[in-house]
Design a protein around this ligand. Structure first.
Ligand SMILES: *Cc1c(COP(=O)(O)O)cnc(C)c1O
Length: 361
């Protein structure tokens, strides 16, 4: 897979320009949505990005040395009943937990008390996702007993939009309002509201810090309109072997596809163990020289077969483009009734991530 760092930086600058009210953080969870966090985060850091989010502590620990001094926050927070080792990891590596329960707040505040200094944290308010963050009862509890906050250096109060990609969804305005009401019950702290799509909801959804993931990598944040972002990766797979089969010959497991004519079949070295979806069997196309090459038969664990009868230029060693401009993650997701996020984050560790050389000036 080719990783286009210049496109990621261009996307970040574009999002930053659109989010005039505040900064734009890079969400690099799930290995930067499959592109490779170790390739993405340092490039964004060099371009000036100073706020990063992962989902897990382990992801943040791996990135910490690569982006020294940047805010590196963990969306999953401390987790339930964190051991001393977990607290120690946050403190020692200057990681910022996103605290989403009253218990997490008191635990981290107590650790700060023991250390004799305030510890950085982000407070997560649930305004409609019902997933993570303080719900109404927990917020009431905090508003009545805010003392633990004195031990914390609250960098941001945040919430997460549930339907930002649908601009007309009334949930957006409702969440914005609930968030404002919650913030009014807390000490004055910077706010973090929009994800990628939220940035496109306009200035009312601007905050001190947007948290962009998908759009950085080129997934369309406005799926009901043309994609304003640049796709930042290209998935290529290599032809291992080519064979000619007669009309009527079956290809692949369970003979789900049979050649309707004498055909030439190319076997690519990618399969469902790499995150190339099993359910793509018999659907979709790779691209070669801008022309579609149909996938035929089942997707195997390590191999996938394509009908190259009409493509005499393809032979052993040729590279076919599986994800790219012609076949963006959105199109694959549409074939499978899933999300483009799942397509990219599913791409496995066996796929080599190769940084594109910076365009020659
Ligand atoms: C994943 C995530 C984001 C980024 O969302 P995108 O739609 O990829 O921009 C932002 N905030 C939270 C809390 C998240 O979990």
């Amino acid at each position: 897979m080719e990783i286009d760092q210049a496109a990621i930086i261009a996307n970040w600058r574009d999002l930053s320009a659109r989010h005039a009210g505040g900064a734009v953080a890079a969400v690099v969870k799930a290995d930067a949505y499959g592109l490779g966090a170790a390739l993405v985060a340092p490039a964004l850091f060099a371009a000036g990005c100073r706020h990063f989010f992962t989902a897990h502590l382990g992801e943040a620990l791996a990135l910490r040395p690569l982006i020294p001094g940047a805010m590196l926050a963990v969306l999953g927070g401390l987790g339930p009943a964190p051991g001393a080792d977990v607290i120690e990891a946050f403190v020692h590596h200057d990681l910022v937990p996103v605290l989403g329960t009253f218990a997490e707040i008191t635990t981290f505040a107590a650790a700060a008390g023991r250390l004799g200094r305030r510890l950085p944290a982000i407070l997560h308010i649930d305004t409609g996702m019902a997933r993570l963050g303080l719900d109404d009862a927990e917020l009431d509890r905090l508003a009545q007993a805010p003392e633990p906050l004195q031990n914390l250096d609250l960098r941001f109060v945040m919430t997460h939009l549930v339907a930002a990609e649908t601009a007309e969804d009334p949930l957006n305005a409702a969440q914005r309002q609930r968030f404002a009401q919650a913030c009014a019950r807390l000490p004055p702290v910077k706010r973090s509201l929009a994800n990628s799509s939220g940035i496109f909801l306009g200035p009312a959804f601007a905050s001190d810090l947007a948290r962009a993931g998908a759009a950085l990598y080129g997934i369309n944040p406005t799926p009901h309109a043309a994609n304003p972002m640049r796709l930042a990766c290209r998935l290529l797979a290599r032809v291992l072997q080519v064979r000619d089969v007669p009309a009527g010959a079956p290809v692949g497991y369970n003979a789900t596809w049979r050649a309707a004519r004498p055909s030439r079949i190319a076997t690519l070295g990618i399969g469902y163990a790499d995150g190339w979806p099993f359910r793509l069997a018999g659907r979709g196309s790779a691209f070669f020289d801008g022309a579609p090459v149909p996938l035929v038969g089942r997707v195997s664990m390590d191999l996938t077969t394509y009908d190259i009868t009409d493509h005499p230029g393809i032979g052993p060693g040729s590279w076919l483009e599986l994800i790219g401009q012609a076949m963006p993650p959105e199109r694959i997701a549409a074939l499978l009734d899933t999300s483009p996020y799942e397509i990219l984050t599913g791409l496995g560790a066996r796929i080599a991530r190769v940084v594109l050389p910076a365009a020659a000036l």
